[in-house]
Design a binder for this molecule. Sequence first.
Ligand code: ATP
Length: 379
Amino acid sequence: VVRIRTNAKFDDFYEIYGEPLGEGKFGKVFQCRERSTGLELAAKFIKIRKDADKATVEREVSIMTQMRHPRIAQIYDAFYAGTNDVILLMEIVRGGELFNRVAEESYILTEKAVAMIVCQICEAIDYIHSQHIIHLDIKPENIMCVSETGNRIKLIDFGLAQYYDGSKDLYYMAGTPEFAAPEVIKYEPLDFRTDMWSVGVITYILLSGYSPFLGDNVAETYVNVERGEWEFTEEFELVSEQAKDFIRNLLSYDKNNRMYPRECLKHPWIAETRAAASIDTLLAQPIPIPRVEPIAKEAEPAIEDGTQLSNKQIKRYVVRRRFRKLAFAVMCYVDFRKILIELRRRHSIKGEEYFAAAKVPDPPEEMGALLAKKPRDEE
Ligand code: ATP
């Protein structure tokens, strides 16, 4: 079991090198090496601002420790650093974010490739749910490619994950509205199928390059999700009926009509791809324990047959999304309270915990100028 070390110094055991791997809401992620073994890992520095944050980070570590699955980045070690930082050491996932990869011109985007990706996401979520955890932050940034050429993916971030055993209602408003289920936006009880709405949104985007609920600003996205109305755009003309049926069964407003991950894996659109790629045999590979060895390399399934879809639209989506990410954080900061007050009024939700539950990040320094301008649109 990985516990957060208190009496050890990170620098005595690990060294950071090269360019940062990425940046999230709560800190940066660096490449790093274990001094004694040379093992390469990802080091995620998480800033703790309040005691509540500390409990959140401890929950993230505890949940990640429980995760042993080939589709999930394995935690390896953790440290308290100073009074304000926690450093998580985890398996490094080198292929970059999934959406950047599928947007590359050289990437052969076929329905089968998408099914293969979605299948792996469902396998990961099925496992997470089997551990009585709801992820609550299934979104493109949290899906990474194992290599720059292959199609294996891993989920990386458990920052918002919650324990759930069904014994009492779980309310939690967090995550990215573009991918969040209506029950999240409406502050209604969640369950495992809340994650599956996000899988529906991701599948929709991968197949079309369009995001079904994305509005011109955060408030509009909220309203779109709250209404829950969506349709297949003309980009879906080339897409099979099976794939559309899969999406319909995930983007169901009533979560009781949504598929669980296990049902997704049995859905013909996924099951056929899965059988062809014999993912089951891949899954049978042993999973290493933390602080021993990262997960073994897996064979690559073939994905190149079938109608090729155009990457053009998804490329546009990815480029805009990069911009939006910064703008969103700004708008989130500026407008979030207003949106919450409005939603609270409409859904007559009481209590300050409503605000506490919705994590409003502090604006990063470079946002000073942007904040002053208060952008309304992504472009
Ligand atoms: P978010 O804003 O998504 O909630 P966060 O602060 O929880 O972010 P992560 O999503 O875990 O942080 O990581 C931020 C970025 O760092 C990721 O989008 C990814 O690009 C990179 N990253 C995180 N973990 C790894 C890893 N294990 N291997 C490689 N890169 C990683």
